[in-house]
Design a protein around this ligand. Structure first.
Ligand code: ADP
Length: 164
């Protein structure tokens, strides 16, 4: 029996987030997502509940495009102009990709997944964080950086090596 994966052609997921900044934890989810999906669109969104998320979105697109260049056509970076789920659907995505580090993350992600399924019929694939990245968040990186701490170990090295 032919697997649905092959019959349906290219399967795309949307990995949406604030990515302010894009951390090694995000990169891990993206790479693991590429093991499951043919293509992952990184969608830089605006999270209304988080401060300074809308700033520098264009700059982040440029940086991410450079960083993700080694993945070629398998990744794409976009800015989300509205709601993620309908936009993902319109782009032909079969799922949203998300990561969870903790039970607190899980509660939030489950609610989002339920709402996104309700409003757009789109499923969410949630990957558990690799333990070594479980404590890394964009907000902690921003905080450390604001005190002049060197945060390079939390950020993907550029140029990126595509093997782990
Ligand atoms: P949002 O503002 O939508 O929560 P984030 O940029 O903070 O966006 O995170 C995007 C996604 O990546 C979320 O699903 C989040 O749980 C996940 N994520 C963030 N940091 C990590 C990490 N260190 N390991 C795994 N997943 C992570």
């Amino acid at each position: 029996m032919t697997h649905r994966f092959h019959e349906a052609g290219q399967r795309t997921a949307v990995f949406a987030g604030s990515f302010n900044p894009f951390t090694v934890g995000h990169l891990s989810i993206l790479k693991r997502g590429l093991e499951i999906f043919d293509k992952v669109i990184v969608m830089i969104g605006h999270n209304a509940s988080k401060k300074d998320d809308s700033e520098n979105a264009e700059k982040r697109v440029e940086e991410l495009n450079r960083l993700l260049a080694p993945f070629g056509e398998r990744t794409e970076v976009r800015i989300c102009s509205g709601l993620v789920a309908p936009e993902a659907k319109a782009l032909g995505a079969v799922a949203l990709l998300r990561g969870v580090r903790s039970v607190a993350d899980f509660e939030y992600e489950r609610n989002m997944a339920d709402i996104n399924r309700d409003i757009s019929g789109i499923e969410t694939v949630i990957l558990t964080a690799e333990p070594r990245y479980g404590a890394i968040s964009s907000s902690i990186v921003r905080e450390l950086r604001s005190y002049g701490y060197d945060v390079t170990s939390f950020l993907p090295s550029s140029p990126l090596s595509t093997d782990n």
